[in-house]
Ligand binder design. Structure first.
Ligand code: HEM
Ligand SMILES: *[C@@H]1O[C@H](CO)[C@@H](O)[C@H](O)[C@H]1NC(C)=O
Length: 333
């Protein structure tokens, strides 16, 4: 080979390498989600989903909380692949029937309605996983949180097992260390964990999710000493001990249960976090510092929450020719 050709070849290789580095830096090489993904293939998709979320919200504002949680519970189990929407079959107990999800998860009917309209308009185009992501964003907006563009292009998975929900979803008795570990296992930081926990500023909880803190904390202490006594007394009135309280629900943020604000963080500072997993956030300096920041600066939290929802929405996604576009979100094709 002549020195000239070798030189040319080298510089071509260098250019190619440089291009590769640039491309991967800008994310072109990964099968990534895109904003405006349905702009050509189903231009009305986001509008239709928003319309369904809005209608549901006006019939019962609890839907907003339900839909935000649905997206979270989808993403933490097998990635955001709509596995949470698959119905159980005689041979398989699906995620939605794990104790962490049944009977508390809600909003499935909103997704079904949106999917039915989308299948009518653009059959086989809009994934159930993307509907969940859009509906969660719309729910944040409906509760007066900050809106954000949702990168889309997720594809739907075909496996859903109750045991995986049990293994992957954080339990309400988790401490900072466990929460950090679970979120870390999904590629999310401790700060994102604290930010996303702020979703507990809307919605409700069943008494069974926290009654241990009131009646059976541990072998030596009946009541969790980190609950404000007045709040504990209030919760005890709402949630009588024993089976009687099993179906009762209480708002997680009694101050503004339908508003995505930062009352959640102020509640924790006042020892009025509902779950151990909420109150624990001020037990460690690094997370307590963040709770203080967000309690004081709702705009800061609003922006960070939007970013963290986008990050959560990328966990373990299927893209390109992986997975499928389910025709009915409850069953695999
Ligand atoms: C940090 C760990 C978390 C734990 C341990 C946890 C646990 C729980 C539990 C036990 C409930 C109550 C279910 C019931 O009894 O009805 C709940 C409700 C809720 N969670 Fe979480 N969660 C966590 C993080 C998140 C995240 C990251 C989000 C969303 C970004 C979220 C959104 C919600 C919402 C909106 C509700 C209310 C649901 C409704 O009203 O239907 N949670 N959570
Ligand atoms: C029970 O909880 C109390 C208060 O947090 C704590 O001081 C005590 O060590 C715990 N006891 C056991 C057996 O874990």
């Amino acid at each position: 080979m002549s020195p000239n050709r070798k030189c040319l070849q080298n510089s071509t290789t260098t250019t190619a390498l440089l291009l590769l580095v640039l491309l991967s830096l800008t994310g072109f090489l990964e099968a990534e989600l895109q904003r405006g993904f349905y702009m050509r293939s189903c231009p009305m998709a986001e509008y239709i989903i928003k319309d369904e979320v809005r209608q549901a919200f006006f019939s019962d504002w609890g839907y907003a909380a339900g839909l935000v949680r649905l997206h979270f519970h989808d993403c933490f189990v097998r990635g955001c692949d709509a596995s949470v929407l698959i119905d159980s079959t005689p041979g398989n107990t699906a995620e939605k029937d794990a104790a962490a999800n049944n009977p508390s998860l809600r909003g499935f009917d909103v997704i079904d309605n949106a999917k039915a309209r989308l299948e009518n308009m653009c059959p086989g185009v809009v994934s159930c996983a993307d509907i969940l992501a859009f509906a969660a964003r719309d729910s944040v907006e409906m509760t007066r949180g900050l809106g954000y563009d949702v990168p889309a292009g997720r594809r739907d998975g075909s496996i859903s097992r109750d045991s995986e929900a049990t293994m992957n979803l954080p339990p309400p008795f988790a401490d900072v260390e466990l929460l950090t570990k679970i979120f870390g296992s999904k590629g999310l930081t401790q700060e994102e964990m604290v930010i996303l926990s702020g979703a507990h500023t809307i919605g409700r909880a069943h008494c069974t999710s926290f009654s241990n803190r009131l009646y059976s904390f541990n072998t030596t202490t009946v009541q969790d000493p980190t609950i404000h006594p007045a709040y504990a007394a209030q919760l005890q009135r709402q949630c009588p001990s024993g089976k009687a309280g099993a179906n009762i629900v209480v708002p997680m943020d009694p101050i503004s249960p339908a508003v995505s604000d930062t009352a959640y963080y102020r509640n924790i500072l006042n020892n009025r976090g509902l779950f151990t997993s909420d109150q624990t956030l001020i037990s460690v300096a690094s997370t307590a510092d963040l709770v203080n920041q967000y309690a004081r600066d709702p705009r800061l939290w609003g922006r960070k929450f939007a970013d963290a929802m986008v990050a959560m929405g990328q966990v373990g996604v299927l893209t390109g020719d992986q997975g499928e576009i389910r025709g009915n979100c409850r069953v695999v094709n």
